[in-house]
Write a protein that binds this ligand. Structure first.
Ligand code: PRX
Length: 578
């Protein structure tokens, strides 16, 4: 490979990881706490480790968070601010009568209260349940009901959405609204937030053990409603160490993770990893525009940037000239996650920013990066890299046995345990058990491994749709569609898209008396946007007389998908006769 196709990060040489081969050979997870600088015998409480411990080590005055609002107002919080305000939250939650283990949701835009309330809840031993602020009523209700969530921290704007579903969530006792202004509070609603709270100097954190539940993140599968992946306080060495070695964060870095904490990247690498290492991070609330993002890097001097292929493709659309209008020279290391990172994007970023994006692969269930391009490692554009030290990954054949032959596709699998692996799907034990076979955790992704041990992503092994790095389950969309008066039945699939990789397309059979037309199409689209989220909204609806089904009545999404992607249709022997 020549220089152009085999970029190397500038972080090589003096990277945190140093000698990669030696690390791989010598690595043991039981030394990870020490390696990440975490106290070995505890405390294990993540909230404490990300705030108090950093202050105790003498960095209390250091900026932890630079927050830029959607209207470009800027606020700074030191580690001591994080510590004292999260204490205030911890005390408030406890005084409210919430007990360790209770599920408490955070449902708001990327405001400081989201981050600080989240840490405060962890300090109090609560199981924090981040919910993406664009979730509509149905998406919200499902997650709150399934988790038996007792309290939700939200904003004035989103409180109205919660009110609509409140009586369907019997476990939900408290709705805590930050900055409610003149909002007339209803029963069970109360105001709290850092704008009014007194920072608290001391709070006795819940004495979490490594196995104490910490975070519940919902993720989509092919069948059924989204499942809650449960994580523990003992996960932190995995997040801290991958942050240190893959993102290469050093004490003077200014780090920017563009993900929302509604998704696992936004918590593992937008809260836990960087703050557990005492690193300053930027949070940019509000929407994406190319100029706004480049200005943020330039004005704040971002050095390490963790983002997603969809965003990179949007930046590529503006061309190298777009990047050239800004001073982006502060950037020293770039990484990406969530979807396949096209080889062109790796090469382009080398040209536009003078360094390549380093692809990383992982999932909500894995809690931390599993397959990565480490700084200093030769990058093969289009490859996800190699397993992180201490991680054993393989591709399995149909019998769930590892495939030895290079470049032969199979299901990507990882051998447990590692600290951040999920411990349950909340109240879905069978679904959880089905993810473990022959001592492997099955990822649901197809991949292959080349002769040099590089992993290449091939696609999903199931029907889950990945739109702009966000997973959406077809079943969620199809069952929500049934709530629309005109829909008799439907099938949702991912359709190829240049920027978002996939967008949702729905095939809809109408009830008698309804005629397909543009107005109806718009009405169905909006219905899903409101009920689920803008991500789940079909970008296209195709009206059909009937859907292809197996003889047992299961909709064959595979057929519809193959047609859409121009692929071979494959075996149709189980297809229902006409
Ligand atoms: O299909 C893979 C894709 O995203 C899935 C995990 O999604 P989620 O649990 O929402 O977590 C996303 C962020 C960690 C995977 O099963 N995916 C993730 N990273 C990559 C990827 N696909 C290709 N290349 C990647 N680097």
């Amino acid at each position: 490979m020549n220089e152009r196709t085999a970029p190397r990060g500038k972080a090589s040489g003096n990277s945190n990881i140093g000698d990669i081969d030696a690390r791989r050979r010598e690595f043991k997870w039981n030394r990870a706490r020490q390696e990440a600088g975490l106290p070995e015998g505890g405390p294990f409480n993540i909230g404490w480790l990300c705030t108090d411990r950093i202050c105790e080590s003498g960095s209390g005055e250091k900026t932890a968070l630079i927050w830029q609002s959607s209207t470009d107002e800027i606020k700074r919080f030191s580690f001591d601010d994080l510590r004292r305000y999260s204490n205030a939250y911890g005390r408030y939650f406890t005084d409210l009568g919430l007990d360790p283990g209770d599920r408490v949701a955070v449902f708001m835009d990327r405001t400081p209260d989201l981050y600080i309330g989240f840490l405060g809840g962890l300090k109090a031993g609560l199981v924090m349940q981040p919910l993406f602020s664009a979730f509509g009523e149905e998406a919200l209700e499902q997650r709150l009901r399934n988790a038996g969530t007792r309290a939700i921290l939200t904003s004035r704007k989103l409180a109205f959405r919660i009110r609509k579903i409140r009586d369907k969530c019997p476990a939900l006792e408290h709705v805590i609204i930050i900055e409610p202004g003149d909002l007339q509070m209803k029963e069970g609603e109360q105001a709290f937030g850092i704008a009014d709270a007194e920072p608290l100097d001391s709070f006795t954190c819940y004495e979490a053990k490594e196995e104490t539940p910490s975070i519940l993140h919902y993720t989509s599968g092919t069948t059924g409603q989204p499942k809650g992946a449960l994580h523990t306080h003992g996960s932190l060495p995995a997040q801290a160490l991958t942050t240190k070695w893959v993102l290469d964060l050093k004490k003077d870095d200014l780090y920017w993770c563009t993900a929302d904490p509604g998704w696992v990247t936004g918590t593992s690498y937008g809260i836990l990893g960087p703050w557990s290492l005492g690193v300053t991070q930027l949070v940019l609330d509000g929407g994406f525009t190319v100029n706004r993002w480049y200005e943020a890097i330039q004005n704040h001097g971002v050095t390490v940037w963790y983002s997603a292929p969809t965003a990179i493709r949007m930046l590529m659309k503006e061309g190298i000239e777009g990047a050239g209008q800004f001073d982006l020279s502060s950037l020293r290391h770039l990484a990406s996650v969530g979807e396949p990172l096209n080889p062109e994007a790796v090469i382009w970023s080398q040209e536009a920013y003078g360094r390549p994006f380093h692809d990383t692969w992982w999932q909500t269930e894995t809690g931390a990066m599993m397959v990565t391009n480490l700084p200093g490692m030769e990058i093969r554009p289009g490859s996800m890299g190699k397993p992180f030290p201490g991680i054993t990954a393989a591709v399995l054949d149909e019998a769930n046995k590892p495939i030895d032959e290079p470049n032969k596709p199979g299901q990507l699998a990882v051998r447990p345990p590692w600290p951040s692996i999920f411990r349950a799907y909340w109240e879905r034990e069978e679904a959880y058990k089905s993810k473990f076979v022959n001592g492997w955790y099955l990822t649901g992704d197809q991949a292959c491994i080349d002769e040099d041990g590089y992993f290449w992503f091939m696609g999903r092994d199931d029907d889950v749709i990945n739109t702009g790095g966000h997973l959406v389950g077809p079943f969620e969309i199809e069952s929500a569609l049934l709530g629309h008066e005109a829909v008799a039945e439907s099938a949702a699939i991912g359709k190829p898209d240049k920027v978002n990789m996939e967008v949702v397309k729905a095939f809809v059979a109408l009830k008698a008396g309804f005629e397909p037309n543009r107005k109806l199409e718009m009405s169905i689209m909006n219905f899903i946007r409101k009920k689920l989220s803008p991500l789940a909204m079909p970008q296209e609806i195709e009206f059909v007389d009937k859907l292809p089904k197996t003889r047992s009545g299961k909709i064959m999404r595979r057929l519809l998908r193959a047609k859409e992607w121009g692929e071979e249709v494959g075996d149709t022997s189980t297809l229902e006769d006409d």
